[in-house]
Ligand binder design. Structure first.
Ligand SMILES: [Zn+2]
Ligand SMILES: [Zn+2]
Length: 295
């Protein structure tokens, strides 16, 4: 065996030292819920740690519907965030057509909430209810996170540009099936599937909103976000590259484990690591969230 020369020896020890002391990659998860499918707080905390999330945004439900997944509301999110201030922050939320929506949102935004959402309610994006949310977001200088789902939540997606144009100072974060299906220019207006498969033709509504409006951002969470990258990895690479300052990692999974095939959050972390350079990963996992959420 040849003796190791001094330069190689130093390089080897430096590499070892680096791997032992390298800080954990910061991963901000912008999409989780308290009491999600009855998951206890300690299990949520462990799930986030196993997944590798260093900071997590808790998105409350409104005073009714539980976001249709059993998620709890403002008080629970605020309570957990205050119990673990290094690990959790929280948004404010309310059903926009609730008579006290404005007061409720203002109350929690005044008490430390850093955004509005998850907005997952039976709403037309051109309705006065949407205007109310935008006015509050603009006043408090916080983003709105929206679940777009065909014929159900935040409908009239192809008209959403009117909101983006009218409120250039409000940052909007798009999430869920209709948001992600519309990366594809060939996505039909009346979809047969909320989780379309196969090759993507660039230039769908989502692609154009991200390109044309500086105030539009994307939440990578849930099966919909994961499917959007999995269905066509070549498209996903190019999509990530052109929208690298607009994409923000989130998990939105309700498993108790924090890893493996049932944990879409950890699968999406692996996907981002596979598709993006370390420099772009840092934007998706951390710097975009810090900038938009003012963390
Ligand atoms: Zn959610
Ligand atoms: Zn998970």
């Amino acid at each position: 065996m040849l003796p190791m020369n001094r330069r190689h020896f130093l390089a080897a020890t430096a590499a070892t030292a680096f791997s032992q002391t390298a800080p954990q990659q910061e991963i901000i998860d912008i999409h989780q819920h308290t009491d999600y499918a009855r998951r206890p707080d300690d299990v949520l905390l462990k799930h986030q740690q196993v997944m590798g999330a260093t900071k997590t945004i808790l998105l409350p439900a409104g005073s009714s519907y539980g976001l249709e997944v059993g998620a709890s509301g403002n008080d629970r999110c605020m309570e957990v965030a205050k119990r673990y201030p290094d690990r959790f922050v929280f948004f404010a939320n309310e059903v926009p057509y609730h008579p006290e929506a404005k007061q409720v949102l203002e109350k929690y935004l005044s008490q430390g909430a850093i955004g509005i959402g998850e907005q997952k309610f039976f709403l037309d994006v051109l309705s006065p209810n949407m205007t109310l949310l935008c006015d509050i977001a603009q006043h408090f200088n916080v983003p709105i996170l929206q679940h777009f789902q065909y014929e159900k939540y935040n409908v009239n997606f192809d008209q959403f540009w009117r909101v983006l144009a009218r409120y250039p100072k409000v940052n909007f974060i798009g999430h869920a099936q209709t948001w992600w299906a519309n990366i594809d220019a060939d996505q039909p207006k009346e979809p047969s599937s909320l989780y379309p498969r196969g090759k993507v033709k660039a230039g769908g509504w989502t692609d154009r909103y991200l390109r044309d409006y500086p105030n539009m951002f994307a939440d990578l969470s849930a099966g919909s976000g994961l499917n959007a990258f999995r269905r066509d990895e070549d498209h996903a690479r190019a999509f990530i590259d052109r929208h690298q300052d607009k994409l923000i990692y989130g998990s939105d999974c309700n498993d108790h484990i924090g890893q493996g095939p049932k944990c879409s959050g950890s699968e999406q972390i692996a996907m981002v690591r596979k598709l993006a350079s370390p420099e772009v990963q840092k934007k998706l996992f951390s710097t975009n969230a810090r900038r938009i959420m003012r963390l």
